[in-house]
Design a protein around this ligand. Structure first.
Ligand code: NAD
Ligand code: UPG
Length: 436
């Protein structure tokens, strides 16, 4: 099939590249000319394992192209994927500005019938609106059909997830369009769930809201465990063995961040408000998370009420490992809070430091490795569970730091690993180990 993909962010780029990899002829369109230029050189503007190799392979093979011109990108295409951002608006609802702009550009440019496939996460009812908005501005005689095809990839494993996802969801009120998009996706060889348009839109929000609920639930259990002397890791393992519960997304820590869970949970509440339906469970999930994101900083402050003159090492800045993304990362709030209390911060992240510099305070010093970050530090704080951080020997904290005090916001080490070392270890939902 001849396919255009609009937006080359985490979702659009991975979609375009993987569709090319399974044999389609793909042109990706982005308004960011600098990004398009980088991509045409075979360089990925984002950090995602395996992506650069696939971009280069498919550019060389001639079935992948990048352009900032809608005219060039849409010419002769059968299918147009929409993968622009839908960030959180000021009132918590999804901001559809980019979707609207992309729709208008499609309508102004389109010369033939196409199926529009929405990958962006959009509120229930938006796909019907997208179809109408395009049709209203389209030249006479051209027809569009619409399919909702929400994306479930995780950043950090986006390429892997696309080829190994649990399901592909496609929703449409047009049986022909559904058949065509099922065929496009057939080479992925994954289960395909077919629904109506609105149910597909809802599946995306409900899935993210449910996963966010699991995280806030376990964080609440972690905070209670800490107070009654239980260990949340063992609790999660024990709960997770029940197949009805499952162990995934029961890792307690500094709360959920990133470009999806915070905004999508808020957007779902806004969708409810539009129809006079309140969602107290989801509101609590968000409230618990907002508090949880600050807990590791509050633990530090409880022990060191005045942080002036204290050298603090911050290990990990990205909202999760294996990504360079800083959107809504808990590190933003936590570093601000520690700076407010007078701490001097030296930070290290294996991949996200360039992006971190754009959003974090310019008072933070960035260093090239863990050793430099913890050298002569009074305390260290882990905010992202990168492998390089999890594999860093606990004995080295004692060697490099003034005093080996570690606040672990991601429970990177088991209590058994810490026992017998000289590290004073504070974590989430577990007893303090080796407290002086
Ligand atoms: N990031 C994820 O892990 C993820 C996963 C599933 C779903 N989603 C959803 O997918 C959508 C995209 O997310 P993302 O993280 O890839 O966003 P992103 O911000 O990384 O990328 C969006 C891209 O769209 C481009 N763009 C904006 N307006 C445009 C226009 N009018 N025409 C052409 N290009 C335009 C931007 O320049 C940018 O490159 C969102 O709705 C998001 O909720 C994201
Ligand atoms: O047990 C867990 C699992 C995750 N997290 C946190 O939750 C956030 C999100 O993590 P993850 O879901 O792995 O990353 P995302 O890339 O944000 O992916 C989510 O959001 C995407 C965008 O909608 C969806 O496509 C994915 O299916 C969904 O997992 C991160 O801050 C994690 O640290 C926890 O605190 N505990």
């Amino acid at each position: 099939m001849k396919i255009a993909v609009i937006g080359t962010g985490y979702v659009g780029l991975v979609t375009g590249v993987t569709l090319a990899e399974i044999g389609h002829q793909v042109t990706c369109i982005d308004v960011d000319k600098e990004k398009v230029e980088t991509l045409n050189k075979g360089i990925s503007p984002i950090y995602e394992e395996g992506l650069t190799e696939l971009i280069q392979k498919n550019l060389d093979g001639g079935n992948l192209a990048f352009t900032s011109s809608y005219q060039q990108g849409l010419q002769g295409k059968d299918i147009v994927y929409l993968a622009v951002g839908t960030p959180q608006g000021e009132d918590g609802s999804a901001d559809l500005t980019y979707i609207h702009k992309a729709c208008d550009s499609i309508a102004e440019t389109l010369q033939n019938d196409v199926i529009i496939v929405t990958k962006s996460t959009v509120p229930v009812g938006t796909n019907s609106y997208i179809k109408k908005r395009i049709e209203d501005k389209l030249a006479a005689g051209i027809k569009v059909e619409i399919v909702s095809n929400p994306e479930f990839l995780r950043q950090g494993s986006a390429v892997y997830d696309t080829f190994n996802g649990d399901r592909i969801v496609i929703g449409s009120d047009s049986p022909e369009a559904l058949r065509a998009i099922a065929e496009v996706n057939a080479p992925f060889n994954l289960p395909i769930v077919q629904t109506d348009l609105k149910s597909a839109e809802m599946i995306k929000y409900a899935s993210n809201a449910f996963l966010a609920t699991k995280i806030s639930f376990i964080n609440e259990i972690a905070n209670l465990s800490e107070r009654v002397g239980a260990n949340v890791d063992l609790v999660a393992d024990g709960m997770g063995m029940d197949k009805r519960i499952g162990r995934a997304f029961l890792n307690a820590g500094a709360g959920f961040g990133g470009s999806c869970f915070p905004k999508d949970t808020n957007a779902l509440i806004s969708i409810g408000k539009e129809v006079d339906y309140t969602m107290p469970l989801l509101e609590s999930v968000i409230n618990v998370n907002n508090k949880q994101r600050g807990i590791i900083a509050e633990k530090v402050i409880e022990q060191y009420p005045d942080l002036s003159g204290k050298q603090v090492a911050v290990l990990g800045l990205a909202f999760k490992p294996n990504t360079d993304d800083m959107r809504d990362a808990p590190s933003i709030h936590i570093t601000e809070r520690l700076l407010e209390k007078g701490a001097t911060l030296r930070a290290y992240d294996p991949v996200a430091m360039d992006n971190a510099k754009k959003v974090l305070s310019n008072k933070i010093e960035y260093v090239k490795d863990i050793e430099s970050a913890i050298a002569d530090a009074d305390l260290a704080i882990i905010l992202t569970e990168w492998d390089v951080i999890k594999e860093f020997p606990l004995s080295a904290y004692k060697k490099y730091m003034k005093k080996a005090v570690l606040f672990d916001g991601r429970n990177c080490f088991t209590i058994d690993q810490v026992a017998g070392t000289d590290v004073e270890y504070h974590s989430i939902g577990r007893p303090v180990e080796n407290d002086a």
